[in-house]
Design a protein around this ligand. Structure first.
Ligand code: ADP
Ligand code: GLC
Length: 488
């Protein structure tokens, strides 16, 4: 197998800065590639909170000006790995408190176009070995709209590294107006509906979808879905046109972070041979949320961004019926303010049965995964989804909608699958509140047959979600991307 030089570009990476699954991927795929002996380097914006969380001071490697902004490139390694990491330091754009994409009210930073255009332009300079690093990648691997301009800009050059663009979520496209396009001084040639132009504005993500040598997304099913109007968010035409260059590679899970056998954030470690020990986590979870202390009650959990995508409104709709059933529910999430309020009000009303924590809390997320019996993920669409895999690893069976990566990673508890001992969760027949209610009831009934339940738990805990397989699939994709480019 060849050893590639890969520049991996992302707008977030665990454990430094995380708003969702992209960070989990950017924090573990480069490490998996490194373990396969590829020379991979990660590049991220030097956000304020990221800089604060670094344990050692990065070294200054290069200084320049881009679009009249001062830019420094700092070097360190991704914590917990030996992957070299470059940080694009531009204080006017990245040195501000809070979230990478929006302010405390959830309003996108108004200079997001400038921020991620500059990030992309610096990546292009790194890709061209113009920053004094004495290193040039063969493949530039971009992720989501924040790095979408990179393939478009590299495409303007004769000799450029190959590009791979991974779609983690097509709902976020980085769309801005004509005036911004002009401000960014992008080449007029890109202003065309076959290129960046999009209904009178322009879209960063089109840079990746149109110009990358290969496009991937994070599950085979989502790769098919996004070619249809129902899931394409307006990009289905482009994606159909590039179908021959589009594929789906399922995400892995980081065993160092998500492993019930070694997890330091849970009350009691356990593995598939000692499932009974999991109960200690249920007790700790009930205590945390002040729920009735009851060992045999059916406990369900949610850890999620509260966004339209995640179908939390379906769950809110059926809360009254659920709260009439003998079960408990804990929810950790933040995002949409109406959902936050509705959940908090419901928690007041159903004390002892429903626990809600609005916010972002890494260790509570782990305790929930370990303490529940069933994880709910009623997503309207789900490119891959990580929590349904984390849940399986923790012996907490997922209840999911039949979409995207959820379809690809959960084996439904159908009669046949149970008979063959391959079931690992519950796949709803459709995306609706009634299907959710019915499937929860089905899971609750099966929970009463503990012997069968434990067979499902063991299959779920032993399912192979390793990054090694997916990293190899990316390497194969790099080979394809490079096939058309003649860089050494
Ligand atoms: P998405 O990226 O669409 O949000 P994923 O399932 O791929 O969905 O990844 C979500 C990641 O973010 C998981 O690691 C999950 O545990 C984490 N997460 C989401 N919301 C919270 C929260 N409120 N507190 C802690 N972790 C969260
Ligand atoms: C996105 C998707 C999620 C996926 C994650 C990582 O945020 O919503 O389904 O798991 O990216 O690829």
């Amino acid at each position: 197998m060849p050893n590639y030089r890969i520049l991996f570009c992302a707008s977030e990476a665990y454990p430094l800065i995380k708003t969702g699954g992209l960070a989990d991927v950017a924090g573990s795929l480069p490490h998996a590639l490194h373990k396969l002996k590829h020379d991979v380097r990660l590049v991220l914006p030097a956000y304020q909170s990221l800089m604060v969380s670094l344990k050692t001071r990065p070294t200054l490697r290069y200084q320049t000006r881009v679009n009249d902004y001062p830019v420094a490139i700092l070097q360190t390694t991704l914590p917990g790995t030996r992957v070299p990491m470059w940080l694009v330091d531009c204080p006017p754009l990245f040195d501000r408190p809070g979230n990478p994409y929006h302010d405390e009210q959830g309003v996108p930073w108004e200079d997001n176009a400038q921020r991620f255009a500059l990030f992309s332009q610096v990546i292009v300079q790194l890709a061209n070995n113009q920053c004094g690093m004495d290193w040039q990648p063969q493949v530039v691997h971009c992720n989501d709209w924040q790095t979408g301009l990179v393939p478009a800009l590299l495409n303007e050059q004769e000799q450029a590294p190959a590009t791979v663009f991974t779609v983690h979520n097509l709902a976020y496209q980085g769309v801005f107006d004509r005036a911004t396009f002009e401000q960014l001084k992008l080449s007029e040639h890109l202003w065309h509906h076959d290129r960046l132009e999009y209904y009178g504005g322009f879209s960063f993500i089109k840079g990746g979808l149109v110009f990358a040598d290969r496009i991937s997304t994070v599950s085979p099913t989502y790769a098919m879905e996004i070619q249809t109007p129902a899931f394409g968010h307006g990009m289905q035409g482009i994606l159909q046109g590039r179908a021959a260059y589009l594929s789906g590679i399922i995400n892995g899970i980081d065993e160092r972070t998500w492993n019930p056998g070694t997890d330091k954030l849970i009350a009691q470690t356990y593995n598939w041979q000692q499932i009974k020990k999991k109960l200690v986590n249920k007790q700790a979870l009930q205590q945390h949320f002040k729920l009735d202390q009851q060992d045999d009650v059916f406990v369900m959990g949610v850890v999620s961004r509260l966004a339209e995508q995640k179908g939390i409104d379906l769950l809110i709709d059926i809360l009254p019926q659920l709260m009439d059933m003998p079960l408990q529910l804990v929810i950790l999430g933040s995002g949409d303010k109406d959902s936050e309020r509705a959940l908090q009000d419901a928690a007041e009303k159903f004390q002892g049965k429903l626990g809600v924590h609005v916010g972002y809390d890494e260790s509570l997320a782990h305790l929930i995964e370990a303490g529940i019996d069933v994880f709910l993920m009623p997503s309207r669409f789900e490119p891959c989804g990580l929590n349904q895999m984390y849940s399986q690893r923790y012996g907490s069976l997922p209840v999911v909608t039949p979409v995207g990566g959820l379809s690809d990673t959960v084996m439904d508890a159908s009669e046949q699958n149970i008979k063959e001992s391959i079931a690992t969760g519950f796949v709803m027949p459709e995306v609706s509140d009634m299907a959710l209610l019915k499937t929860i009831e089905q899971a609750r009934q099966l929970y009463r047959e503990q012997a069968v339940w434990q067979v499902l738990q063991r299959s779920a805990m032993q399912a192979n979600f390793s990054w090694a397989n997916s990293a190899e699939a990316y390497v194969a994709l790099y080979t394809l991307a490079l096939r058309d480019r003649l860089l050494p």
